[in-house]
Design a protein around this ligand. Structure first.
Ligand code: FMN
Ligand code: SF4
Length: 417
């Protein structure tokens, strides 16, 4: 186990961390006190200097996103915290909210100061009711202590934060769909532009940020953007949480500096492959990113650029580790069923393509497939890619294409022809 600087998980295992008293005892809300003495634009500059990139999947620079928000439009600005966390393999935001809810609240208040936002929502996936209860309790405590409300820490700044529960739709994690859902409509993604920064929630300037992104802010304000930028690689700064599941000895949530070697991460941090088996493949960033074979994992570093160079993506950091016993055709079929189920149905290529691919795979597993089905699946992937309103269709294309090309013989073995 390495002794790396932790930004998010410093106090995650400490007793009573959910309470305001313990959070404060361990240095909590000091960053907010400091932020309250700063100009909003100075906070944005600090976040730009930090090199922090969005941890929800796309990796967009946070400070830059904030600077796109127009000022003095006469409309309110909204901050929406994306706590939908529905990507298979991803469970890092849950840990943060369940164990250290004030870290999120502090991060959100800092972001709201920077954006001059006075009303903010946390959109939590419907299945996380118990997490929402913890967060709501922390919000209540923050109101009672004057950290939220008409006068944040007795300063001339008002802020309300509310929790909104989703109803169990993966697509509501996509930012424009989240906004539609929060407005009370069906969670259909919107065509961009306009981008939410200009016209989002209630047609007003809106920033959507992931839980992990927001919980990095107290550390950045306390230690300075430059200290954050000193960690990680040239373009991937800071630390990243990985939620690790699958055939691993120690599944769980880990925080490592970006640029950490993937194989060291699996073997040292996560205790290696279960039951002394051999590694077969790794899905490094949630089910929607291309799978890496064991051979491809060697020498790869855990940062945005290195994973892209290796033909995959960092995504949400939902790492799924697969050993030699894994049936890749069954695994892909489960993934394809998920995307078919979660397609919102607005775009024909996604609505038809995800369902068609899932059906072909189920047929193949039932022993009713033909060899031509493999090329058919690749063709379906081509027909979906880049032709839809949101990237959910692409999220299905990437596992389909990578599983079929890298483990083709396993799919062929199912074919009767
Ligand atoms: C289908 C789909 C699902 C998504 N689900 C989530 C999610 O559960 N949580 C999240 O933070 N971002 C999710 N995103 C990414 C968001 O659209 C958005 O980029 C993110 O919340 C921005 O926050 P960040 O800049 O802090 O990363 C999803 C995107 C897509 C296309
Ligand atoms: S790509 Fe799929 S999920 Fe996204 S808007 Fe189109 S139909 Fe809906």
């Amino acid at each position: 186990m390495t002794t790396m600087t932790k930004i998010h998980l410093t106090n995650i295992d400490k007793p009573g961390q959910q309470s305001l008293d313990k959070y404060r005892e361990r240095g909590g809300y000091k960053a907010l006190e400091k932020a309250l003495t700063m100009e909003p634009l100075a906070i944005i500059e600090e976040v730009k200097t930090s090199g922090l990139r969005g941890r929800g999947g796309a990796g967009f620079p946070t400070g830059m996103k904030w600077s796109f928000v127009p000022r003095n439009t006469g409309k309110p600005t909204f901050l929406l915290c994306n706590a939908d966390e529905s990507e298979p393999g991803t469970f890092k935001d849950r840990l943060l909210m369940e164990r250290d809810p004030h870290l999120l609240i502090e991060g959100m208040v800092i972001a709201c100061l920077a954006l001059q936002c006075h009303l903010s929502y946390i959109y939590i996936r419907g299945e996380y009711e118990f997490v929402a209860n913890v967060v709501n309790q922390a919000i209540e405590e923050a109101y009672a202590a004057g950290i939220l409300g008409a006068s944040v820490m007795s300063k001339d700044f008002a802020l309300d934060i509310h929790v909104h529960m989703g109803q169990g739709a993966y697509i509501c994690g996509e930012e424009t769909s989240l906004i539609e859902s929060l407005e009370g409509y069906r969670g259909y993604p919107r065509i961009k532009p306009p981008f939410p920064a200009v016209s989002g929630f209630l047609a007003s300037p809106t920033v959507v940020n992931n839980v992990e992104t927001l919980t990095a802010l107290p550390w950045i304000i306390n230690n300075g953007g430059a200290a954050h930028a000193a960690m990680g690689t040239e373009k991937s700064k800071g630390t990243k949480l990985f939620s690790v599941s699958g055939h691993i000895n120690k599944p769980g949530v880990y925080e490592v500096e970006l640029g950490y070697p993937l194989m060291d991460f699996i073997n040292n941090e996560c205790g290696g492959i279960r039951d002394g088996k051999k590694l077969k493949a790794v899905i490094p960033g949630g089910s929607s990113v291309p799978v890496l074979t064991a051979a491809e994992c060697v020498g790869v570093l855990l940062d945005y650029e290195s994973l892209l160079k290796a033909g995959t993506m960092l995504g949400s950091g939902g790492m799924i580790v697969l050993d030699e016993t894994t049936n890749m055709a069954q695994t892909l079929s489960v993934i394809a069923d998920f995307y078919a189920h979660e397609s919102c149905g607005q775009c024909t290529p996604c609505r038809e393509g995800t369902g068609w691919a899932a059906k072909v795979l189920r047929n193949l597993l039932a022993g009713k497939g033909k060899k031509s089905d493999i090329n058919l699946l690749l063709k379906i992937a081509d027909m979906m890619e880049g032709k839809t309103i949101c990237p959910l269709a692409d999220a299905d294309v990437m596992p389909i294409r990578s599983f079929l090309t890298k483990f083709r013989s396993e799919f062929e073995a199912y074919c009767t022809e």
